[in-house]
Design a binder for this molecule. Sequence first.
Ligand code: HPA
Ligand code: ZN
Length: 350
Amino acid sequence: MTTSSADISPNYQEYLRRLPKVELHCHVEGTLRPATVVELATKHGVALPTTDVDEVYRYSTIYEFLEIYQRVNSTVIDREDFARIAYETLEDGVKLGNLKYREMFFNPTLHTARGIPMATVIDGLIDGSKAAEHDFGVRCAFIADVYRQDPPEVARQMVEEVLAHRRPELIGLGMDAAEAPDPPEKFVEAYRVAKAAGLRLTSHCAEDGPASNVTTCLDLLGCQRLDHGYHILEDPAVVARCRDEGISFTVCPTSTAVVYGWPDLTTHPITKMIDAGLQVMLNSDDPTMFHTDIGTEYVRFCGQNNYSPALVRRLVLQGVEASWLADVEKATMRRAFEAEIDKLDRELLG
Ligand code: HPA
Ligand code: ZN
């Protein structure tokens, strides 16, 4: 993959990195700092295939990725461990990309299946996010994700258990892991239970599955926004529908460049989704696992595509729009973002 943005000025690189940001597609299990993985493995006596921090994250398919995702997360055990990983990734988001607000995914069954109580997971993550909010001003809410390779009954039970430990910070249900073998209709029951309880709904889809998965997620599962969505481009009628309905897509340049083979970001499907008038906003997905961060996603993707400040501002504000904050909070955040971007315009683009 082309990773440099040497063709844009240092000022514009700094501008892209320092823009205030919302992130709606980031899996806490994909954010562990390699050094933290090694420390937690030592703390709990968990064997890793390598303790070389540079070698922990290496793969080239979604299947290899998911295997390592599971393995590194087997080191996260205590409530303090969950708090630590939430805190560290929010710190990274702030320091590397001026992150202001994140709705962060977690995979409950990845942890409960290895005997960790649901309360340990949820309470630990919220502890860490509160500490990060205190120290850095960044805010965070959580979305529980169905792991697609789980049986439907396990996913439905997961939702019920999450609801039994409901906290105000837990706002939604999502779905991830490998899409091709396990289509969204498999989880209609889990989504029904979540919807009835008032959780917001999203799902990874048309990531490595067909455009019809977009329609299934909207009509059968009741999703209010969608994650990835690239294969929508194969069906112009679904594109037109999503454009007309203003459906938001949370897209991820680097992770998909690596595991789905779109190494040139100037021809990545995201560019075509933007050209088609779809509402997209940028995200880091699994930042440490893909050797990226939210600031770098903006620098790489917007830099390599020579996107104008006006277009970049639109992408940033689309993050606020697509969030599940209350309308009044969105309005406040939008005003704060506009003011901060105006200031950056004067300082760096003058
Ligand atoms: N896709 C599928 N599964 C995942 C992802 C993703 O983007 N991130 C973490 N698990
Ligand atoms: Zn994802």
